[in-house]
Design a protein around this ligand. Structure first.
Ligand SMILES: Cc1cc2nc3c(=O)[nH]c(=O)nc-3n(C[C@H](O)[C@H](O)[C@H](O)COP(=O)(O)OP(=O)(O)OC[C@H]3O[C@@H](n4cnc5c(N)ncnc54)[C@H](O)[C@@H]3O)c2cc1C
Length: 372
């Protein structure tokens, strides 16, 4: 039997739950959130030691909504009394929101195929078939580890697959990648007494303002602690090209011909791919691996009615990879869609989002600069 909703949201992470709450606040009921696993499942899969790098703080009421909130008048900092939440805390926050706003979420329902005929999408799961008029794709990135250009990469362990750094045997580890997740891995491995070599394509001293393009202050502070331990060293401006596994050890080859030998499994902190790859043919793709979207509403440029929300949204230099960034687009998407459908918008709800910096329509203001 084919069932119908006007809007289907795929993914119950912060992007999907945040959009669902906005629809609910607008009094819109013909929607459904389909989640392949459980609400907040990416956060439940984080390495046990990993914390949010974006701090939480109860600044609401003064126009400074908690950076990690997905709806006004809530604050993970208030709920958990923590500045840097762990993955389980945040998944609990999303579950609390789902209950509080009585959202319609179907868990353990993975979308396996999407097609569009005339104005209707068909969304297939393993056991059901749904149709909808608009599809919000909110499948994130964390569950899609990415490794490119390294021969023998399958010998490594991607950070997205680490349960706990504490559970790894004491050893010398080579961490491949010096971004946020590589620095996080290096910090925890060193904390547990391991020797760590971080191979990074960049220099750790590069200073860029946008936190989407550089390490966060929280991580710089942690790296200082790690370096003081004397257990972390860097190979900067270098790439790993090959990993060979033999006699219980690893040869890790760099692009200058140098080989590092270790017994610890190489840790791949090489990034994550867009979950939109699951329905790749419904998007045009940019060279940076992100889908091409309209600037007005993050809509696919080739499939009308398909909207992307979450960390894969990128317009030129505006990178929406943090919650405080992509939450500012929920209202922009819904405004455009409702206008197209000729629906009235509850102005007080849109004003509430605007008052909390949760309505970003003009991307010209997204250049991230800093004067001191
Ligand atoms: C290592 C790492 C650390 C990060 N730290 C921070 C941070 O400190 N602060 C911050 O703001 N951001 C951080 N981010 C950015 C991060 O991407 C977002 O915080 C957040 O997880 C994105 O939310 P989302 O809802 O788009 O995706 P997710 O939270 O990944 O949710 C996507 C959901 O979609 C489901 N799904 C996927 N495919 C399907 C399918 N086919 N059918 C049905 N369901 C499906 C998944 O099960 C999942 O529950 C970090 C990212 C990474 C990778």
């Amino acid at each position: 039997m084919v069932q119908h909703k006007k809007i289907i949201i795929v993914g119950a992470g912060p992007a999907g739950i945040g959009l669902g709450i906005l629809l609910k606040k607008l009094g819109f009921t013909s929607y459904l959130i389909l989640e392949g696993d459980e609400i907040g499942s990416s956060f439940r899969r984080w390495p046990r030691e990993m914390r949010f790098i974006t701090p939480s703080f109860t600044g609401q009421g003064f126009g400074a909504l908690d950076l990690n909130a997905v709806t006004p008048h809530t604050s993970p900092a208030f709920t958990f009394r923590k500045e840097h939440l762990n993955g389980d805390d945040y998944a609990d926050y999303l579950e609390l929101l789902t209950e509080h706003f009585e959202l319609t979420v179907k868990e353990h329902t993975r979308v396996t195929a999407v097609s569009k005929k005339e104005h209707l999408f068909t969304v297939e799961t393993e056991s059901e078939r749904w149709t909808c008029e608009a599809l919000f794709w909110a499948t994130g990135e964390f569950q899609f580890p990415q490794v490119t250009g390294i021969e023998g990469a399958h010998h490594g362990l991607h950070v997205g697959q680490v349960d706990a750094y504490e559970a790894l045997a004491k050893d010398h580890y080579v961490v491949i990648g010096g971004g946020e997740s590589g620095a996080d891995a290096a910090f925890h491995l060193a904390r547990y007494g391991n020797q760590v070599t971080v191979v990074t394509e960049k220099s750790m001293k590069d200073k860029v303002v946008d936190p989407s393009l550089t390490l966060s202050p929280y991580t710089y502070e942690r790296m200082e602690v790690a370096m003081q331990s004397g257990r972390v060293s860097f190979k900067e401006n270098r790439k790993v090209t090959k990993i060979e596994h033999h006699h219980g050890g690893y040869d890790i080859e760099l692009d200058n011909g140098e080989v590092i030998q270790t017994t610890g499994k190489p840790i791949l902190a090489t990034g994550f791919a867009s979950g939109a790859r699951q329905i790749a043919s419904l998007f045009e793709w940019q060279e940076n691996g992100k889908p091409l979207l309209t600037e007005e509403a993050d809509e696919s440029t080739i499939t009308e009615g398909l909207f992307l929300t979450g960390p894969s949204v990128q317009h030129r230099s505006a990178v929406f990879c943090f919650i405080y960034k992509f939450r500012a687009r929920y209202a922009a998407i819904v405004k455009q869609l409702f206008r197209r459908w000729g629906y009235d918008l509850k102005e007080e709800v849109i004003a509430e989002y605007e008052d909390n910096q949760m309505l970003l329509e003009d991307l010209a203001c997204c250049e991230v600069n800093c004067e001191c």
